[in-house]
Design a protein. Structure first.
Length: 181
């Protein structure tokens, strides 16, 4: 028996465990994003975080629909990976005094959560298609695409807006810094 889940004896058990972990992940992200949105100073970052949070309920509904179609009831399984991403953010945020630097740290955290979650979706989609349930895989496609787009949007926001803003605040020219790197 696993530390956080029951024994996995078959591919079906693995799918059910994966769906339960994805449910936990989406719920954890939604809850945490509400807190993070209140910590940021950049309006574009707040907008991206709130958009991610708004998509969460639709993603959860899709996962639940996959469970209904497969006639399974997944045990919501904690995800040490997603918990670790957010625990790391909490510890780091407590050490940051500058609002612009905090925005970059939070963008990085949300980016990491989105990238991790997109990978979890991709794994489950592949398994579902592999066991002859492409209909269920298609249901999860929107969640995967949402997280992939969110990760890319946050990466670009940090690169093109948040980092230059933080550098300008301390009098460093972002172009000179980029060339020197």
């Amino acid at each position: 028996m696993g530390l956080l889940s029951k024994d996995i004896r078959s591919l079906d058990d693995l799918l059910i465990q994966g769906l339960g972990e994805l449910l936990y992940t989406e719920r954890r992200i939604s809850k945490t994003l509400a807190v993070l949105a209140g910590k940021v100073s950049d309006p574009a970052l707040r907008h991206d975080i709130e958009a991610c949070q708004a998509a969460g309920s639709g993603n959860i509904a899709q996962i639940e629909e996959v469970c209904r179609r497969r006639d399974c009831r997944p045990h919501v399984t904690e995800s040490p990976a997603i918990d670790g991403i957010f625990i790391s953010e909490e510890e780091l945020a407590g050490e940051i005094d500058d609002d612009h630097v905090l925005d970059i740290a939070i963008a990085g955290t949300v980016h990491a959560a989105a990238a991790y979650t997109a990978a979890r979706y991709a794994s489950l989609i592949g398994r579902l298609v592999g066991v002859g349930r492409p209909d269920c895989g298609r249901l999860l496609q929107a969640g995967m695409t949402h997280h992939q787009r969110a990760a890319e949007s946050l990466r670009l926001l940090a690169e093109k807006r948040l980092t230059p803003r933080a550098l300008a605040k301390v009098g460093r020219d972002p172009v000179v810094v980029a060339i020197a790197s």
